[in-house]
Design a protein around this ligand. Structure first.
Ligand code: SF4
Ligand code: SF4
Length: 205
């Protein structure tokens, strides 16, 4: 359950990469497709890795069964814990088509009692993200509207990713033990799902 922070803030990203050094980044098949089609990035083990469910927690989609274990799919973390796409100057090398989860920080979305989407400050980011300034003013309207648009896509993409994982787990999971086969299966599904989202007008580049 999301606990509302209700902070009043101004935000300007300083592009110092603090958040990209601190958190592991779970990705969906559609995040990977964006990297492939807009960035020309090869989706393989140089950019994605499996996070063991016994160590990592996530409740936004089911764990992926590969061989005899359960995992979550994430961007590769370098030895110092930073994201594989974080450049030495602190900037994101895939900024225009980065995973949707990256586009929210230092904010979060939540669902109101009437089903409407709300945007608030991520409580973990308070005191951690130097771009947040508590100035007593509401969150900038442009930020709120942009994040709401991303939220509609994000929620739909998470549903499609859950369906994809369930299909994989039921058909292949325990029989296949290599990440490459899972990635190919996921990207094939992503191409089909992208067309559905484009048709609905909620595809995010
Ligand atoms: S920590 Fe805040 S200011 Fe720094 S890159 Fe992340 S969002 Fe931007
Ligand atoms: S994809 Fe970009 S924004 Fe997301 S964690 Fe990696 S470097 Fe940071």
């Amino acid at each position: 359950m999301y606990r509302k922070v209700g902070m009043l803030v101004k935000f300007r990203c300083l592009c110092d990469g603090q958040c990209c050094k601190k958190y592991w980044i779970p990705v969906t098949h559609l995040d990977l497709l964006r990297l492939k089609i807009y960035g020309g990035i090869e989706v393989d083990e140089s950019i994605v890795e499996l996070k063991d469910r016994e160590i990592y927690n996530l409740d936004i989609y089911p764990p992926i069964v590969i061989g005899d274990k359960e995992y979550f799919l994430a961007l590769v973390s370098k030895d110092d814990g930073s994201c594989v796409f974080l450049r030495d100057d602190g900037k994101c090398s895939v900024h225009e088509y980065k995973p949707l989860v990256c586009r929210f920080y230092p904010f979060v979305y939540y669902v109101k009692d009437d089903g409407e989407i709300g945007i608030d400050v991520n409580e973990k980011a308070v005191g951690e993200c130097p771009g947040l300034v508590m100035d007593g003013e509401p969150i900038d309207r442009d930020i709120v509207e942009n994040l709401k648009k991303i939220t509609y896509a994000r929620r739909e993409e998470l549903k499609l990713w859950s369906e994809t994982i369930n299909e994989w787990n039921n058909s292949y999971g325990s029989k296949v033990s290599d990440l490459g086969t899972f990635l190919k299966f996921s990207l094939d599904k992503a191409e089909k799902h992208m067309k559905e989202l484009v048709k609905k007008g909620i595809w995010i580049k």
